[in-house]
Ligand binder design. Structure first.
Ligand code: NAD
Ligand code: UPG
Length: 430
């Protein structure tokens, strides 16, 4: 099929490269000329395992890129994968996606066929019907069902494993109003369904929008719950990881997302939970549990630092922050727990030295005045304490590097460092 993907960030590039790999002719549209040039020359514009290979294989051939929305006139399916950030009050900011939909509508006015416009971005229930369809109609001067059809197909990939998640999903969700839209999506995903045993959820547009938020709210809540239980475990001298392993054996709970520690960050959980809370409140419902989920998450970095305070007064001392990315496997620092951790250390008068295998440059833009080390060993050398914020595998192998610390206090927010004789080790929830 002929596919256009509007927006070529984490989701749009992964989606386009994977669809090209499944045999479709795909064109990414982005306002960023560097991204367009990279894809056209077969280079992935973002770091994702397996993406380089796909873009190298299909870029410039079955995978193209352009800044011109008019390419959508040739498409059977047009995905919208534009950003949906939050505004100052936590509400979803639909200005970018609405403007993009209107521009797409104008291009679709010239379409010979009736393409299916598929909302891939994460949008709160009602957004497609109340904002995106009207924007497409304004742009095209036509109505939904006449010049184009609309569906919602939320994305569940994780950063760091985006390609593998896309090609081996637990489920795909098709939200639509008419059989024709389900059939088109089915045809598009058919090569993937032939390879994998994927659950397909056929549902309405609002339901599909809500499933995405419910998914993320549930996962964020699961982590905040295990963090709350972990904090309680700590009070009783109980190892929260032993408890998590045991409760995870219950099929109704499951073993994933039970790693307690310094909390959740990233480009999705904080933004999506905030948007769901704001949308619920606007609709007249007070989401107390989700408020608490955010509250627990916001407090974990300060708990990490208060454990550090019990060991050492860091005022005037060098403190290493191991890990700056919001999780391992990515250079993304958006809402990383390292940010409040560094802020708390600076408030205490510490001299902060950060280390991350890939996220240093991104954190430097956020905190230009702290020191950055080129290895964990350099960060630890001469430090009075270290706090561990990201679960990079290499931190598990640290050993004699701790001997170079002025005082080997290690407070671990991710259960990744191996405790050993000679270090003053304490975990956040164990
Ligand atoms: N990142 C994830 O892991 C993830 C996973 C699932 C869903 N989502 C959702 O997918 C959507 C996209 O997220 P993302 O992380 O890919 O965003 P992103 O910021 O990585 O990428 C967005 C891209 O859109 C481009 N863009 C901005 N305005 C444009 C315009 N008017 N026309 C064309 N291109 C434009 C930007 O240059 C950028 O390349 C969001 O709604 C997000 O919540 C993200
Ligand atoms: O047991 C756990 C698991 C995760 N985390 C933290 O949770 C955050 C999010 O991790 P993860 O879900 O792996 O990364 P994302 O790439 O943000 O993916 C989430 O957000 C995406 C965007 O909406 C969704 O598509 C994915 O399904 C959803 O997992 C990170 O800070 C992790 O360190 C924990 O603290 N403990």
């Amino acid at each position: 099929m002929q596919v256009t993907v509007i927006g070529s960030g984490y989701v749009g590039t992964t989606l386009a490269a994977c669809l090209a790999d499944l045999g479709h002719d795909v064109t990414n549209v982005d306002i960023d000329e560097e991204i367009v040039a990279a894809i056209e020359s077969g280079v992935a514009p973002i770091h994702e395992a397996g993406l380089d290979e796909l873009v190298a294989e299909h870029g410039g051939e079955r995978l193209r890129a352009t800044t011109d929305y008019d390419v959508a006139t040739r498409a059977n399916v047009v995905f919208i994968a534009l950003p949906t950030p939050t505004d100052a009050e936590g509400r979803i900011d639909t200005s970018i996606i609405t403007a993009g939909a209107e521009q797409l509508g104008a291009a679709l006015a010239e379409s010979e066929e009736r393409p299916l416009v598929v909302v891939k971005s994460t949008v709160v229930p009602g957004t497609t019907e109340n904002e995106l369809i009207p924007a497409l109609e304004r742009g095209s001067g036509s109505t939904v069902g006449e010049a184009f059809d609309v569906a919602v197909n939320p994305e569940f990939l994780r950063e760091g494993t985006a390609v593998s998640d896309f090609l081996h999903p637990d489920k795909v969700v098709f939200g639509a109003q008419h059989a024709r839209a389900y059939e088109t999506l089915n045809e598009l995903y058919a090569p993937l369904f032939e390879r994998t045993d994927t659950a397909v959820v056929r549902t309405g547009i609002r339901e599909a929008e809500m499933i995405k938020y419910a998914n993320n709210a549930f996962l964020a809540s699961k982590i905040s719950l295990i963090n709350e239980l972990g904090n309680i475990c700590k009070e009783f001298g109980v190892d929260a990881y032993e408890v998590a392993d045991a409760i995870g054996l219950d099929d109704r709970i499951g073993p994933q997302f039970l790693r307690s520690g310094v909390g959740w960050g990233g480009s999705c959980f904080p933004k999506d939970v905030a948007a769901l809370i704001a949308a619920a409140r606007d609709a007249g419902y007070d989401p107390e549990l989700l408020d608490a989920v955010v509250g627990v998450n916001d407090r974990q970095p300060e708990r990490l630092l208060s454990i550090l305070d019990d060991h050492v007064d860091v005022n005037g001392e060098r403190v290493a922050v191991l890990g700056l990315a919001f999780k391992s496997g990515t250079d993304d620092i958006r809402s990383s727990r390292a940010i409040p951790t560094i802020e708390g250390l600076l408030e205490r008068g510490a001299t902060v030295v950060g280390y991350d295998p890939v996220a240093t440059e991104n954190m430097r833009a956020e905190f230009p005045d702290i020191e950055y080390a080129s290895s964990a060993a350099d960060a630890l050398s001469g430090a009075t304490a270290a706090v561990v914020v990201t679960d990079w595998d290499e931190f598990a192998a640290l050993d004699e590097e701790f001997d170079a610390m002025a005082r080997p206090v290690v407070v671990d927010g991710r259960r990744i460092v191996e405790p050993r004789a000679g270090i003053e080790y304490e975990g956040l929830t164990w």
